[in-house]
Design a binder for this molecule. Structure first.
Ligand code: PHE
Length: 454
């Protein structure tokens, strides 16, 4: 084994790809992507998203994996080892904070998915879409229930992490992925035959380019790409640190990106055709409740829809769990590697902290009333967290990672790491160019453009 006392490595090559895909595929694909497409003008968002994935995120995915595998440490330790006595380890600190910040609202939304297992199975979800909006609003307004669900999600995540890297994550993902994909394909096949499906497809696939003038569309697409691919906060860096030196980083990165993007696109092929089959459907107005309103109607069209719905939310919860694990693993790995804590101590400490900051998000509207609206922000606490961590911290983390590998550590060092054991890297010049020029410039422009609209 290639392990030191506290660190683990992946069992097999597929083990790593599964775990990285498990981190990437989650609420971001099935809840976040359709919600963002709905709020940001449909097909044009999808197009910008795909550009961001290919030209910005794929190169940064490789960059994160290579930093992690080279240094074999948590993000703070990795940046610090490669460039000692500089401030670059602060990029790692930002990642550790973002991991905790994102998990604080991610666990709330995962809690919604847990509740919907029960609602679907017990037959509480009617096939009448008009009733599902108010049902969702009443549910998220129930603070005690949401705090309890969030707690449950966090405790389960912590329990898996206590089992260590390899046994916990690989096992869950191996079971979940094939089942999730099968169910999504079935749902898409059904959604595409509903009345109104064509209108939904047109919304999803025919871009209205005039929407590009809205800075929020471009900013949201970039943020969503980072979020969905678990980039910009050291999750992939940390997973890369458990990767053994013989692996082919490039093919692993490509697999994860293709897989994650395919699942997000598939979710769109479910939500929009099914959504537009509902009278008076407005994707823009649905907000975070979109999938919780649209999916129950779709389940009702299946024989045994209750069981089907429950199975879907079980899988969504498992997908969320494998992502939550990677979010928690970043701060946990930090305390283990940099501060030499034991794994149980690190897990306990970080989970407790995250639970405390998740409470205002879990309180939903209750928190808005409690804290009052923050001056200048027309948003509730959960939305504030999303804006802060997803829309700002992740792209900034990605930008700094690109600059670090492209200009500070230098790409020839990174390429040498990638090419260890005779691995080939045919796209290295393109990668270098994208990382040095396209990523920093595009991310800076997009952040400035979207901040200018705020
Ligand atoms: N990629 C995960 C999802 O799509 C969320 C996540 C973001 C996980 C950042 C880790 C790091 O649900």
């Amino acid at each position: 084994m290639l392990t030191t006392i506290n660190r683990g490595t992946w069992g097999t090559r597929t083990g790593f790809i599964l775990a990285a895909a498990g981190s990437a595929v989650g609420l971001g694909n099935i809840w976040g992507f359709p919600t963002q497409v709905g709020q940001n003008g449909g097909a044009v968002f999808v197009l910008v998203y795909l550009f961001c994935v290919l030209l910005i995120c794929l190169p940064i995915m490789v960059a994160e994996l290579v930093i992690g595998r080279h240094a074999q440490l948590d993000p703070v330790g990795s940046f610090g080892t490669i460039k000692p006595n500089t401030s670059w380890n602060l990029v790692g600190v930002l990642g550790v904070l973002a991991g905790a910040g994102i998990l604080s609202f991610y666990s709330v939304i995962a809690g919604w998915s847990v509740a919907y297992i029960w609602f679907a199975g017990a037959g509480t979800l009617s096939g009448n879409a008009q009733e599902m909006g108010p049902f969702f609003s009443t549910f998220v307004a129930n603070g005690t229930l949401n705090i309890t669900l969030t707690f449950l999600v966090l405790v389960t995540t912590a329990a898996v992490l206590l089992g260590g890297v390899r046994s916990g994550i690989e096992r869950i993902t191996k079971l979940m992925m094939p089942a999730l994909i099968t169910l999504l394909l079935l749902l898409a096949a059904r959604a595409l035959t509903l009345p109104g499906a064509n209108e939904g497809l047109a919304y999803y696939l025919r871009p209205d380019f005039s929407r590009l003038s809205d800075p929020r569309v471009v900013g949201a697409a970039l943020a969503q790409a980072f979020f969905s691919l678990s980039l910009g906060m050291g999750a992939m860096l940390t997973y890369g640190s458990y990767l053994n030196k013989r692996e082919n980083l490039i093919s692993a990165a490509c697999w994860v990106v293709v897989f994650d993007t395919a699942i997000a696109l598939l979710a769109g092929f479910i939500i929009f055709p099914a959504g537009f089959s509902i009278d008076g459907f407005d994707p823009t107005a649905s907000g975070p409740g979109l999938i919780f309103v649209v999916l129950p109607r779709l389940f009702a069209t299946f024989p045994g829809g209750q069981i089907f719905g429950a199975a879907f939310f079980i899988l969504l919860t498992m997908a969320a769990l494998t992502s939550a694990i990677s979010l928690l693993e970043v701060p946990v790995a930090h305390f283990i590697d940099t501060h030499k804590w034991s794994r149980p101590k690190a897990v306990m400490f970080v989970t407790t902290g995250v639970f405390v900051i998740s409470i205002p998000s879990a309180l939903g509207n209750g928190a808005v009333e409690f804290f009052g609206r923050l001056p200048g922000f027309e948003m509730d606490f959960l939305t504030l967290m999303v804006t802060l961590w997803n829309n700002l911290a992740l792209p900034i983390g990605g930008l700094l990672t690109a600059v670090f590998v492209g200009w500070v550590w230098r790409t020839d060092q990174a390429i040498a790491e990638i090419q260890l054991h005779g691995r080939r890297f045919p796209g290295r010049y393109l990668w270098t160019f994208l990382l040095r020029w396209i990523c920093p410039v595009a991310i800076t422009v997009i952040i400035l453009y979207s901040v200018s609209s705020a």
